[in-house]
Design a protein around this ligand. Sequence first.
Ligand SMILES: [Cu+2]
Length: 153
Amino acid sequence: MVDRREKVWLVSVLIVLVILLGSIAYALRTGYGVASEAIVLPPEKAPGLFQPGVKDLGGGRYQVDIIAYQWGFRPSKVELYNPKEVVIRIYSIDVIHGFQIVGTNVNAMVLPGYITTIVWKPHQSVNGTMLAICNEYCGIAHSAMYMEIVIRR
Ligand SMILES: [Cu+2]
């Protein structure tokens, strides 16, 4: 004879199991994965295809291509004049790094072999020198890994 409380627990566990397996089956069927804007770029092809620097796309739009390495960013400083939209693309040439612009919601993980793309729309009040740091521990001099983004209005 099964106790009533045992039945409740048994049914609860079965419900959770059905939801879990159903979620996994749904994810596998629909191809759900980790949300990402990452573009695959094999390291051997990167030197010719990914050049660090700032491109002025006009109308306050910029594309900033950054290489992350142990232990810095190249370029180490960029200047943007009255930016409305900044497409930041980051490529790591060695290990996993992070990219965070302090005081903003720009925060991404940079995996070697992928171009990480972030679109940043700096608020009109953003002015002066912004600090961008690596926030994934990447080695002994990780704490010294940063770059400056100078916004001029
Ligand atoms: Cu780091």
